[in-house]
Design a protein around this ligand. Structure first.
Ligand code: PLP
Length: 386
């Protein structure tokens, strides 16, 4: 296309959506097990849906404040603070259409031409895409299988320098399921403070945790003046299509992000925000039941993947992805992911969709029933045996 802005050539994408389209097209001639897309297969809890319907009837169908409805900001501050065992104020909260805009807006607000941004690789592909789009320099920090895919804090420290504007971390992590412990977080916070750079902590999987309690870098109060937390409703409450997320940050930064929203999407839909107040204040059992079910599925898929010749899979401590090393098959992970989709009807993503250091791995989302996971395992086994 002609006369597009140069930066458009630097905008990447999230391959999961492309793979979903290919899998849907294939479905006209074969049955496909979907393990590509990262969304809970559970219905949004009924009490949340009811609250949305009531909100529409009550007239919550107009513009609202750019930063979000004050009642939801207050509910988020209390809920997110409780989960992290820290104190947040409602003015620190910006409600956004999904968690993803927090990522984009934070990078837009902070990153200038040639500023360096350190981010996990393999990792969520939108970090790199948005850094490049804004003209920043992406500096990947490698996540290694041997460390349980936790960032090596020393390696990260070695990548940070006076040009570093932002460090992005993600725990529990997509695509590896790795979880950072308190000591990792402390070392990362120390590095950020030493160089006075910002931290974007992507905590969208904060409640998809199978061992221990959730640790957040926000537990180090000295970092709060340089910290943006990203979280939301998509994963925790099975609300991916509702598009509500939030950022928690210093008040002055919250004003800047709200200003970006005024300039882009104006605000997040009002009736979905009302439903989110109910999500945070209403019964929590649906979340607990969903997480318990994910844990059960995790154990099934990890055990099954480790039985596949040439596969080696660590047990992820969080999120809902298994990330086996498939080098032992002797097949390139991109070729294997394609063959699994086209020949076996198992939709999954090559590790390279998450960056160069994802080479040799495949990501399977286990947001699917145990019966489907078992069907996929059987098909994977058959492909590799034949
Ligand atoms: N961050 C990570 C690591 C994710 O995996 C996702 C979604 O897959 C998001 C953010 C975006 O979530 P949302 O759907 O709320 O925009």
């Amino acid at each position: 296309m002609e006369r597009l802005a140069q930066r458009m050539s630097r905008l990447g994408t999230e391959t999961a959506f492309d793979c979903l389209c290919r899998a849907r097209a294939l479905e006209t001639r074969m049955e496909v097990v979907h393990q590509e897309i990262g969304e809970p297969d559970f219905a949004t809890p009924v009490h949340i849906c009811e609250a949305a319907k009531r909100a529409i009837d009550d007239g919550w169908t107009h513009y609202g404040p750019s930063a979000g409805l004050p009642e939801l900001q207050a509910a988020v501050a209390a809920y997110a603070g409780g989960l992290r065992r820290v104190r947040f104020w409602p003015e620190q909260v910006v409600i956004t259409p999904g968690g993803k805009p927090v990522m984009a807006f934070a990078i837009m607000a902070l990153v200038e031409e040639n500023d360096e941004v350190v981010y996990p690789n393999p990792g969520f592909p939108i970090y790199e895409s948005m850094i490049e789009y804004m003209g920043g320099r992406p500096v990947p920090v490698r996540l290694c299988e041997e460390r349980g895919f936790r960032v090596d804090a020393e390696e990260l420290a070695a990548l940070v320098n006076p040009r570093t504007k932002l460090i992005i971390i993600n725990s529990p992590q997509n695509p590896t399921g790795g979880v950072l412990d308190r000591e990792d977080l402390r070392l990362i916070a120390d590095t950020a403070l030493r160089h006075d750079c910002w931290v974007l902590a992507d905590e969208i999987y904060s409640e998809m945790l199978y061992e221990g309690q959730f640790e957040s870098i926000s537990q180090f109060p000295e970092l709060h003046r340089r910290l943006i937390i990203l979280d939301g409703f998509s994963k925790t409450f099975a609300m991916t299509g509702w598009r509500v997320g939030y950022g928690i940050m210093p008040v002055a930064m919250a004003e800047k992000l709200a200003r970006i929203q005024t300039n882009t999407n104006s605000c997040t839909a009002s009736f979905t925000q009302r439903a989110c107040i109910e999500a945070l204040r209403g019964p929590h059992e649906p979340v607990e039941n969903m997480v318990a079910e994910f844990r059960r599925r995790r154990d099934v898929i990890v055990e099954g993947l480790n039985r596949v010749p040439g596969f080696r899979c660590r047990t992820p401590a969080g999120a809902f992805y298994a990330f086996p090393n498939v080098e032992g098959t002797g097949i390139d992970c991109r070729v294997l992911a394609d063959r699994l989709l086209e020949e076996s009807g198992v939709a999954c993503l090559a590790g390279t969709c998450f960056g160069t250091y994802g080479n040799g791995f495949i990501r399977f989302s286990y947001a699917n029933s145990v019966a489907n996971i078992e069907k996929a395992l059987e098909r994977i086994g058959r492909l590799l045996a034949g």
